[in-house]
Design a protein around this ligand. Sequence first.
Ligand code: ATP
Ligand code: MG
Length: 423
Amino acid sequence: MLTKAPKGTKDILPYDSYKWQYIENKIRYITAQFGFREVRTPIFEHTELFERGVGGTTDIVQKEMYTFEDKGGRSITLKPEGTAGAARAYIENKLYSKPQPIKMYYLTPVFRYERPQAGRLREHHQFGVEVFGADDASMDAEIINLAITLFRELDIKNLELNINSIGCPNCRPVYHKALKEYLGGSLDKLCPTCNERFSKNPLRILDCKEEGCKKVVSGAPIMLDYLCDDCKAHFEALKSYLKALKLDFKVNPMIVRGLDYYTKTVFEIISNNIGSQGTVCGGGRYDGLVGECGGPSTPGVGFGMGIERLLLVMENQGIQIQDSNRYDAFFVTMGVNARLKAFELVDRLRKLGVKADMDHTNRSVKAQFKYADKQNAPLVCVLGEDELKQDKITIRHMDSGQEMLIPIEKVDQYIMSNLDGRE
Ligand code: ATP
Ligand code: MG
């Protein structure tokens, strides 16, 4: 146990973290372009918030939460998604009294007690956006565009945008009735969970992954045929905005999303490159959420995107990420005096913005070179007693093997003019 991380968790190791930083940098750049600002909410909240904000009929609340009692006897839950915390922060900090809309984004770990498999973890990470105070369908199209812009920036291809509308409290009950009439005769063919859903939230049966349930719902009535005028107009407007952006989409009546608070727009962006856990991004509109959590009635729309799944898609599509943390220059030294000089030079270079380092293990020159090579340092600076006597330093270009002997006082200038691939 001591040397094993809990099931369903993963370390992001020093040699891999550059991939995460690369994606995070793209996210920060694109969200800024779209006018979103970062929000950071606690990793844990009162359990009640998720019960209310995510919904009692969801898999998350019924089976997946990490809930415990703290030493003060409060029921606390580790964040199982990002929206409820953002909504709570919006209400508690009275952000509704500021100019609307409030556009926020977050990068956060998320905790769900699930059966771990490829693309499904107990701790995963999400990039999410939430917009409060804008009800127009242009906002829904805007966040979809943001997600797709990120995929484009990351060079990800072959993603399919699926959209649907699940109506509102006006039209959904009528649909629920029709759906229940249809499903009522086949309850014995539905899984136990769907039998529970049947009375509490029949819409969720469309979302079930069990083969038996999928078969039953394949001919079921669809919400799109039951939308009220307002929801219908909203959905048509969404399609027009997406068309204006020339974004391909598929209307998929089976997309209902796992959370209870969605209204009108729901969408998923799906990859067929990573097997059955193919949804990379899921989101939609939740006009009822802020009111449900005790705030003034406020429209909202947002999405959550799994970073691990994003990385899986990139890996499976052979997309290379450049390691922006690798050294620009590494110093190989022989003897105490050379080491002292290199120590000083490394510091000088760092102050100029160069990623420089040297050996700290007293190993052989050969071993130092081997290490520098493993780190992919493009320039290796060799400093021994001979070089020191002449006030010179040898610089080897690792790609070509070419070596230059240059005066020590010129070393920073030389390295600065030979930095490759730096922005
Ligand atoms: P799924 O149907 O795959 O369980 P979900 O509907 O529970 O997904 P959301 O709550 O919408 O997912 O979360 C948003 C995104 O977070 C998902 O589209 C997915 O990319 C990612 N995600 C969700 N659960 C996990 C998990 N257990 N491990 C890794 N990524 C996840
Ligand atoms: Mg899930």
